[in-house]
Design a protein around this ligand. Structure first.
Ligand SMILES: [Zn+2]
Length: 335
């Protein structure tokens, strides 16, 4: 499988010449071929990191051949599934008090509902990059009318299998291709999507068009300025070469939203999922050392879970002094 690429020497957001951040990056998660380079924008107002070169648009789907959304099954079954569930329940219980004290439990709940808890009454929601459709099901249960698009045909097929009978509108397309009428939705959500698309400003402009006046966009994406990135460098889970075409700083995310004509723009970072991202980064670091593929999602590793949890607490405390150090960047804006 040969992937054709195009070079991107200039920042896709502000046009500055990028400085080299990493080279010889490989896909230690889903075995897409190739070696990849990451550049960083020196403009302090921006700070975007981006892949150079990137797969040309016609070849992007080749990067997703082994992607996890293609497999509806759990990596664990039988006794291993029970053991994992026992371990996870114990882990969550042990973390309960400290997570509440640090505000992580409350923040995690907000993330699960994509910061739409306060939106009443529920209206029409569109999830861009809806994957398995599980988030839409959650919102459906809260009373929302739900629609989802995903350019990944296998992911949409899985979502239709699970939720098609409930009348969800699920389209195999990118957002522009779905051609929703102007002013269609009260809310549009994108959970770990904007880092995958070749033209993020165009995507947000299209979101702006399909939102009703006053409607809300919520986007979550890896944060290039996070503590995890500083600790794990080129092994950080948020980089995910070659599928993450850009990794945003908080400034870059706000810049992108303003270019797409959003009126009010709020950006912040969160440590609520830091244990998961850091745990996966440990897995990637080990895979790189052993020149293999990370099995972090298939292992039960208590020591790694404990170390990840401690880094999450450190990050949660650091956030008070350094609000841009969370693993995930969150964009909330209104039309
Ligand atoms: Zn830039």
């Amino acid at each position: 499988m040969e992937i054709q690429t195009v070079s991107r020497r200039l920042c896709p957001l502000c046009g500055s010449a990028g400085e080299l951040l990493y080279e010889d990056l490989e896909d230690n998660l889903f075995r897409a071929p190739g070696k990849w380079r990451l550049r960083r924008c020196p403009n302090a107002e921006c700070g975007l990191c981006w892949l150079d070169p990137v797969a040309r648009e016609a070849d992007l789907q080749l990067l997703y051949e082994n992607y996890y959304t293609h497999d509806g099954r759990d990596a664990f079954s039988g006794f291993r599934a029970k053991l994992r569930s026992f371990f996870l329940n114990g882990y969550e219980s042990a973390k309960w008090l400290s997570s509440r004290a640090l505000g992580l439990a409350q923040e995690k709940r907000k993330l699960l509902n994509m910061f739409l808890d306060d939106w009443l009454p529920p209206g029409r929601i569109l999830d861009v990059g809806c994957g398995s459709g599980d988030f839409l099901y959650r919102m459906y249960q809260l009373g929302w009318s739900v629609s989802g698009v995903d350019f990944d045909d296998k992911a949409i097929a899985n979502a239709k299998d699970k939720y098609g009978k409930l009348g969800f509108e699920l389209l195999h397309n990118d957002l522009a291709g779905a051609r929703f009428p102007d002013n269609s939705f009260e809310a549009v959500t994108m959970n770990h999507v904007i880092e995958h698309v070749p033209e993020p400003v165009s995507l947000l402009s299209e979101v702006n068009r399909v939102l009703k006046p006053g409607g809300r966009l919520v986007a979550i994406t890896p944060n290039a300025q996070s503590l995890g990135h500083a600790l794990f460098r080129d092994c950080w889970r948020g980089l995910e070469p070659p599928r993450h075409l850009q990794i945003f700083s908080l400034n870059a995310l706000g810049y992108c939203a303003r270019q797409a004509s959003f009126k009010t723009v709020l950006v912040k970072s969160s440590a609520a999922n830091a244990d998961i991202i850091v745990g996966a980064s440990f897995g990637i670091r080990k895979a790189r050392q052993q020149m293999t593929v990370s099995r972090a999602g298939h292992e039960i590793n208590m020591l790694r879970a404990l170390r990840s949890c401690l880094i999450q607490y450190r990050e949660a405390l650091l956030l008070h002094k350094q609000p841009n150090c969370g693993e995930e960047a969150i964009l909330i804006c209104h039309k």
